[in-house]
Design a protein around this ligand. Structure first.
Ligand SMILES: Nc1ncnc2c1ncn2[C@@H]1O[C@H](COP(=O)(O)OP(=O)(O)OP(=O)(O)O)[C@@H](O)[C@H]1O
Ligand SMILES: [Mg+2]
Length: 358
């Protein structure tokens, strides 16, 4: 998979930029705040139709403008896709592929695969379980874009069921609760299976990446809210068991909204025990593993984005991480210091809203 070129207008700090993107590794170099992450974000957005760092699109539109425009050409699966996106500060965005409107994001995402690693990923390792659930869902979506509706379907069932429990005025159990139990179990079992597959796909490659980076051991495993097979039966049984407590607390206590991703570094839980550099090493290993897993299912490497991957690493680990970056397919990396540019990489310099090669 290769992004051949990109044009950016009124996106973040960029009023206008046009870039040809070479295969292999390109490194974006610039001081803090000059627009390195913004540029990576623009390229990622063109493939994923969402930002890796904000949930809502408003901050993507250059302050003072009403829309941001991204255009670019992607070569994937033997085809060429001209992708054109208008990101509107308010209202629906417009997306065209080869000049035809696209309604569903997955229509693009099944062709344009991209994996983004950035400083916020530290939370996947050190933050609350919801960060790790999000990682699992992003991984699943990256691997199997056609299943991207599964987490949202569960969320909807969960919200409805919780509303029923909240609005209940006492007396016999809320009317319709059994039906919502069935829906929750159906959608939840689907999500459990999807997350299990996603974790399976990244666990071994992540251990390998981490081993290569640090010489240490990373163990990755799925820690589902509901254990036992078949999942539907186990989930239903746990739900029945906890119902009295749910009626008191008026919220759903069982299900994948309580899942976690288990991460152990050198035998200790990463969250709480890992050092800053170890935690970051695990975070970047998880993303690199995801890129490898996507390559395995898609048959070609996704676009890989590495935003400031070296900052928490010691010199030896920096060298080890840099060593493998040349042969991971098209890779875009941002670093604040030219000394961090691996030998042989192409360099883009960003300064004051413009990008140059010298
Ligand atoms: N919508 C926007 N309109 C105008 N400027 C913006 C917008 N969003 C962000 N910026 C500006 O972009 C700059 C940040 O750019 P970016 O995050 O790409 O920096 P960076 O080069 O990655 O820096 P660092 O090394 O600190 O990570 C900030 O100065 C911010 O004010
Ligand atoms: Mg940045």
């Amino acid at each position: 998979m290769r992004l051949a070129w990109i044009e950016v207008r009124d996106f973040r700090s960029y009023s206008e930029a046009a870039l040809e993107v070479e295969p292999g590794l390109t490194v974006v170099v610039g001081s803090n705040g000059e627009g390195k992450t913004n540029l990576l974000e623009a390229m990622y957005y063109l493939c994923a139709l969402e930002s890796p760092r904000v949930r809502n699109d408003l901050p993507l539109v250059r302050s003072g403008a009403s829309s941001a425009f991204l255009r670019g050409e992607l070569e994937a699966g033997g085809g060429r896709f001209l992708i054109e996106v208008e990101v509107r500060a308010s209202g629906q965005n417009r997306v065209l592929i080869n000049r035809s409107p696209v309604r569903r994001k997955r229509d693009l995402r099944r062709h344009a695969r991209a994996v983004f690693s950035g400083p916020d990923d530290l939370h996947v390792v050190s933050g609350e379980p919801d960060e790790r659930r999000r990682f699992m869902d992003e991984a699943a979506r990256g691997l199997w874009p056609l299943k991207e509706g599964v987490p949202a379907a569960y969320e909807r069932a969960l919200r409805q069921r919780n509303r029923l429990l909240k609005d209940w005025e006492g007396g016999p159990a809320p009317q319709g609760l059994d039906a919502w139990d069935a829906e929750l179990v159906a959608r939840g079992s689907e999500l459990t299976a999807l997350r299990r597959s996603a974790v399976q796909a990244v666990a071994e490659p992540a251990a390998r990446e981490f081993g290569r980076l640090s010489g240490d051991r990373l163990v990755v495993g799925y820690a589902p809210s509901v254990e036992g097979e078949p999942v539907e039966a186990a989930f239903g049984a746990r739900l029945a068991e906890r119902r009295p407590e749910e009626l008191i607390r008026r919220t759903t206590l069982v299900g994948p909204h309580r899942d976690d991703l288990a991460l152990f570094v050198q035998g200790l839980a990463a969250r709480g025990f890992a050092s800053h550099g170890e935690a970051w090493g695990a975070a970047v290993s998880l993303r690199l593993a995801l890129a490898g897993a996507v390559r395995a299912v898609a048959g070609e490497s996704p676009l890989t984005f590495l935003d400031d991957p070296f900052s928490a690493l010691d010199p030896e680990r920096r060298v080890r991480l840099a060593a493998g970056l040349g042969d991971r397919g098209q890779t875009l990396m941002a670093v604040p210091d030219e000394a961090q540019v691996p030998a042989g990489a192409r360099v883009w310099y960003v300064k004051g809203g413009s990008v140059g090669t010298s």
